[in-house]
Design a protein around this ligand. Structure first.
Ligand SMILES: [Zn+2]
Length: 118
C-alpha cells in the first residue's frame, strides 16, 4: 500500500508516514478473516500483560453490554462511537446486537482464559 498523501510505500503496520508525517488511514484495517478467527483472534496474543489487559477490557465490555447494552455503552467503551450512537437509536440493534455482542465477549473471555492455562 501507499501513503495517501505523498504516495510513498507504506506498511500496514506503519501508523505515521515517515516521509510526510501524515497519519496512515489504513493503519487499523485488518484483513478479512473468517468469523471463527475473528472470535478467537486473541489466541495469537503472546504477550501475557497485553492478554490480561484485553481480558479486563472484555469483562468490562460484557458487564456494560448486559447492563447498558441497549444504549451502546460497551461500544462507547471500546471507542466505537458511531456504533454506540447507532445502538442508542436502534435499542442495541433491536436487542439482537446486544445478544450477539454478549456471546462474542463470552467467547473472547473463554478463549483468553483457556489460552492462559496452556
Ligand atoms: Zn506520506
Amino acid at each position: 500500500m501507499r501513503c495517501e498523501n505523498c504516495g510513498a510505500p507504506l506498511l500496514k503496520s506503519t501508523k505515521i508516514c515517515p516521509y510526510c508525517k501524515q497519519l496512515n488511514d489504513k493503519y487499523e484495517e485488518k484483513p478479512l478473516k473468517k468469523l471463527t478467527e475473528a472470535i478467537f483472534e486473541d489466541k495469537n496474543t503472546t504477550d501475557t500483560l497485553e492478554n490480561k489487559d484485553t481480558l479486563i477490557k472484555k469483562i468490562v465490555s460484557l458487564i456494560l453490554c448486559f447492563t447498558l447494552g441497549y444504549f451502546g455503552a460497551h461500544k462507547f467503551f471500546e471507542g466505537k462511537i458511531g456504533m454506540g450512537i447507532l445502538y442508542i437509536f436502534t435499542c442495541g440493534f433491536f436487542g439482537i446486537g446486544v445478544i450477539i455482542d454478549s456471546i462474542m465477549y463470552i467467547f473472547s473471555i473463554i478463549s483468553i482464559v483457556a489460552n492462559k492455562e496452556n
